[in-house]
Ligand binder design. Structure first.
Ligand SMILES: *Cc1c(COP(=O)(O)O)cnc(C)c1O
Length: 229
């Protein structure tokens, strides 16, 4: 199937899932374009896709440069080392993978030279895996308060990458946990968090059932990824 056809199908499935689970929030499709070529992004663009997500900075910068004349919204979703903050702050509209306070401070510092704040989600280590990035549940409140104090960052919500599961109910349970953390955090902070970035190719319907507002989809849009060399 073509990228164009894949995008159409995903939009249909999103609409169906919203109906089936009686969900009324807007759900936006973020096309995860890591490892894909600019031509593939262009095909998605022509199908109406405007938001793209990248995980590897150097590769992303090549595509951002190649496509700079198109009104694309760029999202960073990969691990962030301190030495990458300057270029991320200068080239992206969103960061979903904010997982360390030191990184938040650096992004804030470099964003000062841009006209608008950087939209950020705090990444939560929702399955409490020792190998995964993300704040632990216990650390979230303090992290969120610190981010709120940074004026060039705009805290939008939470993001997570759960441990993979093929069981729909299990997928839902984990996403429900993230949704509740978001609900609780908005109350604690007295600050609206309008974004729940959750759901990938294998689990986005479960994520929508639990209130996802952004689904991050790579494989189902572009096809299987080749392993990265
Ligand atoms: C690669 C990636 C995705 C997309 O994964 P697919 O299974 O290809 O849809 C989503 N989120 C993050 C953080 C990723 O790194």
């Amino acid at each position: 199937m073509s990228i164009t056809e894949n995008i159409k199908q995903i939009h249909k499935k999103i609409i169906d899932a919203k109906q089936r689970f009686a969900r009324h929030q807007d759900v936006s499709l973020l096309a995860v374009s890591k490892t894909r070529l600019a031509d593939e992004l262009m095909e998605a663009y022509k199908a109406g896709q405007r938001a793209f997500a990248e995980s590897y900075l150097q590769e992303a910068l090549v595509k951002i440069e190649a496509l700079h004349s198109y009104p694309i919204e760029w999202h960073f979703i990969g691990p962030i080392q301190a030495n990458k903050c300057k270029l991320i702050a200068a080239n992206f509209d969103w960061v979903h993978s904010l997982a360390r306070i030191k990184v938040a401070a650096r992004l804030d510092h470099y964003r000062a030279m841009m006209p608008s704040p950087l939209n950020v989600c705090l990444q939560v280590n929702i399955s409490q895996e020792s190998t995964k990035d993300g704040f632990l549940v216990d650390e979230l409140e303090i992290a969120a308060k610190q981010v709120l104090s940074l004026k060039h960052l705009k805290l939008r919500g939470l993001m997570a990458i759960p441990a993979p599961s093929h069981d729909f109910e299990q997928q839902r349970r984990v996403f429900r946990k993230l949704a509740r953390l978001r609900d609780d955090l908005q109350v604690t902070l007295a600050h609206p968090l309008d974004c729940l970035s959750m759901g990938m190719s294998e689990d986005y319907l479960a994520a929508i059932a639990e209130g996802a507002t952004i689904v991050r989809i790579g494989t189902a849009v572009f096809g299987q990824r080749k392993p990265k060399e």
